[in-house]
Design a protein around this ligand. Structure first.
Ligand SMILES: [Ca+2]
Ligand SMILES: [Ca+2]
Length: 112
């Protein structure tokens, strides 16, 4: 995934980020409620089964992708429980399943 900064109307300061293989969908949302848009990426690769989340550092840069072993090709953000932090909702095209990822779950998985 590549992000360019808009500097006075000119796309500049290109930064490439490693994400899930064969990214198929991208969504912006604020999963940690800090006011900065984070990025969720779904994958079209059913074998590698990765969905990625990149936290915004508040300065327009993103932390290294956190990848989950779940092969969901569609992603979106919505604040399902109205706590001010959006959840990442990921769904498949194939088997009709979906998961909801919260910031609390990500922090738990990162710190165990
Ligand atoms: Ca955020
Ligand atoms: Ca929420």
């Amino acid at each position: 995934m590549t992000v360019w900064e808009n500097v006075d109307g000119v796309l500049s300061n290109r930064v490439d980020y490693a994400t899930s293989k064969r990214p198929a969908a991208l969504a912006l949302g604020d999963i940690d409620g800090d006011g900065d848009l984070d990025i969720g990426i779904g994958s079209a690769d059913m074998y590698l089964e990765t969905t990625s989340l990149l936290y915004n550092d508040g300065a327009g840069r993103f932390a290294e992708a956190i990848s989950f072993r779940m092969g969901f090709s569609n992603v979106l953000f919505a604040d399902l429980d109205e706590d001010g932090r959006e959840e990442l909702i990921a769904g498949t095209n194939g088997n009709g399943s979906a998961v909801v990822v919260t910031d609390d779950l990500v922090q738990y998985l990162q710190n165990r």
